[in-house]
Design a protein around this ligand. Structure first.
Ligand SMILES: [Zn+2]
Length: 525
């Protein structure tokens, strides 16, 4: 098509787009009216089904996980979308036994230390000199290098979680966690330095979650993408700060003075003068999981990805009473937001410029594995933005909305425009210290260079409570208590769909694709 014609075509398309809200008798072409008309049953069915006991917590590779995949596939097909499974292989490692002896003292497996051995199945044994490596961060952007070229090969690194900015305002991003503060980044760095093992020192304020969360997510089977195993040390784990403190005290080492040194730019790794011995038994297996990918084609060959993970933590058979991690809010409600956004947008008539990809991700809880796998195989140039749903609010309407991660790109202007169009306040997520942007499926897209957000109705509800904050901090998050409640208003879910649909409209109409503003606080691969 030549330029002039293309322009005229665009003008006609734009006129049709503007007229769209008034076309169609039942208001069918007006996406916002479709959102308003979503019934209680439509809002409820997906989250209720996915979080039912029958799905047993939807762990990847289980019957419940496969049912969740099939359900989403059926849902998308029912909307008339082209839906397909994207299978991928995972390697699972389960520790049957772990003995962690440091400076002659045994740490109790589960109570004081947890971890994952990825060196293969069977018996294992590893030992190395203990080195305190500060935050274990190398971030040229902030002129920070905890390793200073020290020879850490074969060592067992003890590393603080979070980044120095959470202790010293004015460096890094202050209270807001950067990716360099995430434990996953520290494991990558430890592997690059040739360390034999890395032990993260857990405190509730620095990790952003309690020991129970660490233990729940690390004491079962650990799953990895085969490509990630090459990048990690054979053992990575967590140790409770109070256990470590007591152990060091026995060696006349003061943990707090090590902490103080770690806050300085001139910090160097500290040889602690004792050996850490790790031994145990591990089972290893291979399993398959599937993302579900549904598409609406667009004329430009580029698309917007909407995503939400459908997996959760499965069940714990050793637990007395209820052992099912139903994952109703994390992430049944967000899968519902994805399903309903697909429903509303796929019903809109007319040709689209940008295609729509609805991605139901597997194995998010295991380390964003499904979205990593999808992003690794995608052409970043063909995806203009990724809009992810995570733990979508299920309560009353909020006067606010947030788009976490939008601040790093021009998606922020789009999100602000969406907020004002819907009469909402644009209020940044209030817990940037949790680093949630790096902890859900938007992040592998961002690392691939694709502007991405975690999109949601606001935290504060009309009655003034921050139910989402309560959920994440000391609430049902990653516990068996994250269960469906028939008393939920589900208006926050409806609102999240409205926000997503409005953002889709803005991106479709935008002349330029979203781009980064400056250097984001994570490396783009
Ligand atoms: Zn989640």
């Amino acid at each position: 098509m030549k330029r002039g014609k293309a322009k005229r075509f665009k003008a006609v398309a734009l006129a049709l787009l503007l007229l769209a809200p008034w076309v169609g008798g039942d208001g069918g072409a007006d996406p916002q009216r479709r959102c308003e008309r979503l019934t209680r049953g439509e809002l409820q069915s997906v989250v209720e089904f996915l979080s039912s006991d029958e799905l047993e917590g939807r762990a990847p590779g289980t019957r419940g996980g496969a049912l969740a995949e099939k359900f989403m596939h059926a849902w998308f097909q029912g909307l008339g979308l082209h839906s397909r499974f994207q299978p991928f292989t995972l390697r699972g490692f389960r520790l049957d036994e772990l003995r962690l002896n440091a400076a002659g003292r045994e740490l109790a497996f589960g109570e004081e230390a947890v971890g994952s051995w990825t060196g293969g199945g069977g018996e294992f044994r590893l030992e190395g000199g203990a080195v305190f490596a500060g935050f274990g961060i190398r971030a040229p952007r902030w002129d920070w290098d905890d390793f200073k070229g020290a020879d850490l090969r074969g060592k067992v690194l003890l590393v603080r979680v979070n980044d120095p900015g959470s202790f010293l305002p004015g460096i890094f991003m202050g209270r807001a966690l950067t990716y360099y503060g995430r434990w996953t980044c520290k494991v990558e760095e430890a592997a690059r330095a040739g360390a034999a093992a890395v032990l993260l020192i857990h405190t509730t304020p620095s990790a952003g979650y309690g020991w129970e969360v660490v233990r729940n997510s690390w004491s079962g089977e650990e799953l990895y993408l085969p490509s990630d195993l090459e990048k990690g040390p054979a053992f990575r784990g967590w140790v409770r700060e109070d256990a470590l403190r007591a152990l060091l005290r026995g060696r006349r080492i003061d943990l707090d003075s090590l902490y103080r040194r770690s806050l300085r730019r001139d910090f160097r790794p500290v040889d602690l003068g004792f050996t850490v011995r790790l031994s145990g038994r591990c089972r290893s297996r291979e399993l398959q999981a599937r993302n579900v990918v549904a598409e609406v084609p667009g004329s430009s060959g580029r698309s917007v990805v909407f995503s939400a993970h459908i997996d959760h933590l499965g069940r714990d058979e050793h637990r007395e009473g209820d052992g099912i991690f139903n994952g109703a809010i994390d992430n049944g409600s967000a899968a519902a937001a994805l399903a309903l956004t697909a429903k509303v947008l796929s019903a809109a008539a007319g040709e689209r410029r940008l295609g729509l990809t609805f991605l139901a991700c597997q194995a998010e809880e295991a380390g964003l594995l499904g979205s990593k796998h999808f992003a690794a195989g995608a052409d970043p140039d063909a995806i203009v933005a990724t809009v992810n749903f995570e733990s979508t609010p299920v309560w009353e309407r909020s006067p606010d909305m947030f788009a976490e991660g939008a601040q790093y790109s021009t998606l922020e202007e789009e999100a602000r425009a969406v907020a004002s169009g819907l009469g909402l306040n644009y209020v940044p997520f209030s817990m940037p210290e949790l680093g949630l942007f790096f902890r859900s499926d938007q992040f592998p897209f961002a690392r691939a260079g694709i502007p991405a957000v975690w999109l949601s109705a606001g935290e504060r509800t009309a009655s003034g409570r921050n139910r989402l904050g309560e959920f994440f901090q000391g609430g049902a998050y990653h516990t068996v208590g994250d269960e469906f409640d028939p008393g939920w208003e589900l208006e926050g879910l409806r609102q999240t769909v409205e926000i997503a649909v409005a953002l889709a409209g803005r991106l479709e109409a935008a002349r330029e694709r979203p781009r980064w503003k400056g250097q984001p606080p994570f490396p783009i691969r």
